[in-house]
Design a protein around this ligand. Structure first.
Ligand SMILES: [Zn+2]
Length: 337
């Protein structure tokens, strides 16, 4: 009898503690969501001051709207890191990325396929105005959240929504946001991020050319992969990024797609930051990358000049190259590569 009473008592304590811990976690999560919502509102107010029209992304929490995630598959030609991907497939999931099985488990394209290179990514944050603030997003570090809010708003705003320009512009904007509100700690974090990405940018511009040279040697597959790895190892900032993104990819067929993907984000990063240092005004800098830069007559001019007249640019967007060349000349930065 005594034993039964004791067991019931223990069970009661266990259930009570469990319910208490659950309620506490719920409260902490709710608090975090509300704090992130308030941060997002402040960031969006700041965006207006630098010429970005904020979208509705991250304007409600997952309490009001369920989270989603996006599986992106980059398909690239084998033995080529310079041209555009053959296609980028995006599959939306009606749940957060943490509920999607590890990417390598998809394995649908075969381990030994050497026709195309594939790189997978699962994203919790991407340019969709319907996206709410999820608990996972709210748990990220503040500087990361601000970078992401501005980055995705820039994709959705009337500025050139391409990674090449959105990535550096959003990072500078995040730094400016923290400086404006006097948050020295996060401003310092952003400075460190920008220094790191500038290094990645310089390195990937060299790597992409060296890797292309390796392809010309027409080596057997495994030897070729080793040579590419050797090159990447010489450049520690990009090597760190490459390693962390490689983990879930399975076999080594992802090399071309991943390098090309990263070049999109960081290939022009250093040049855009260089322009910012010269111009010194973020609003003016952002206006140079408005949608009109590559649409209408101006866009036509660059497209015709660069695509139809056999431009000597190596990269898949010679018009972006030429546009940056012209801006650098205009602001007295010519002489850069
Ligand atoms: Zn983006």
């Amino acid at each position: 009898m005594k034993k039964t009473a004791f067991a019931v008592f223990i069970l009661f304590i266990f259930c009570f503690c469990g319910a208490f811990a659950f309620a506490q976690t719920e409260n902490q999560e709710e608090k975090l969501l509300q704090e992130t919502l308030s941060l997002s509102q402040k960031v969006k107010e700041f965006e207006k001051t630098i010429g970005i029209q904020p979208s509705n992304i991250f304007s409600v929490t997952a309490k009001e709207k369920p989270g989603q995630s996006l599986l992106c598959l980059w398909v690239h030609n084998f033995k080529d890191v310079l041209s555009s991907p053959i296609m980028v497939v995006s599959i939306k999931f009606e749940s957060g990325a943490e509920k999607i099985p590890p990417i390598k488990n998809f394995g649908v394209f075969g381990q030994n396929s050497q026709l195309y290179s594939y790189y997978f990514r699962i994203l919790n944050a991407y340019a969709d105005p319907d996206l709410p603030i999820t608990v996972e997003f709210a748990k990220e570090k503040n500087y990361r959240k601000v970078m992401t809010i501005i980055h995705e708003d820039m994709h959705l705003a009337p500025i050139l929504g391409e990674e090449e320009f959105v990535t550096p512009l959003a990072d500078i904007a995040a730094l400016k946001f923290f400086e404006n509100i006097g948050d020295d700690e996060n401003a310092q974090k952003m400075k460190e991020e920008i220094i790191y990405f500038r290094q990645v940018s310089q390195e990937i511009n060299i790597i992409i050319k060296k890797v292309q040279e390796i392809f010309k040697r027409d080596l057997p597959f495994s030897e070729e992969r080793k040579e590419i790895q050797k090159i990447i190892c010489l450049y520690p900032s990009y090597a760190k990024m490459f390693d962390s993104k490689s983990r879930d990819q399975g076999t080594e067929i992802f090399f071309e797609a991943l390098i090309n993907h990263d070049f999109r984000y960081f290939g022009y990063y250093e040049r855009v930051i260089g322009l910012y240092e010269k111009i010194g005004d973020l609003k003016i800098l952002i206006s140079l990358f408005g949608k009109n830069a590559f649409s209408g007559e101006n866009g036509k001019k660059y497209f015709i000049e660069c695509h139809d007249k056999n431009s000597d640019s190596t990269y898949y967007r010679p018009d972006y190259d030429k546009y940056l060349d012209d801006l650098e000349k205009k602001y007295g930065l010519s002489g850069q590569e």
